[in-house]
Design a protein around this ligand. Sequence first.
Ligand code: SF4
Ligand code: SF4
Length: 151
Amino acid sequence: MGGVLITKSPMTTATDAEKEDLCLRCGLCCDGSLFSFLGIKPDEVARVEPRGLKVHARPDGRLALDLSRGCPGLSGKCCTLYGDRPQACRDYKCLLFMALEEGEVGLSEARSVVDETHATLAALHASPSPPSRQDAQRILRRHFLGRHRMD
Ligand code: SF4
Ligand code: SF4
């Protein structure tokens, strides 16, 4: 990925519609690209399992949803249980999202970063020697890592 840099500029902060536009174009924090697991609170299990999310206990006892093949709640790039989504999903903001939110990057530029990243990952996965998860993470780390999500 190259050419698109997040730079400080005197832009206004993003609207909710712009932030939603970006995430509905992206989905990288839900589709297994960024995270293998999503932490679930015990009192969230009864809410999310009827929506098709299978929660299991990790070796350390923490509850988690397996995201390695993408979240079962994801349809295209849209969360089908948005109003009932776990707290970890509500809390997650990647670097690009935060840059858009704070007006450090405009929607058009942020969308370009998403599109470039999807194109780069698709090309890598289509190559004769697909990248390891670590290789893909290196590509994603620049713009899409953030806080609060369990990997
Ligand atoms: S990785 Fe960032 S931009 Fe993409 S869907 Fe998640 S929060 Fe939104
Ligand atoms: S519940 Fe919704 S927001 Fe959370 S990982 Fe699944 S699709 Fe994404």
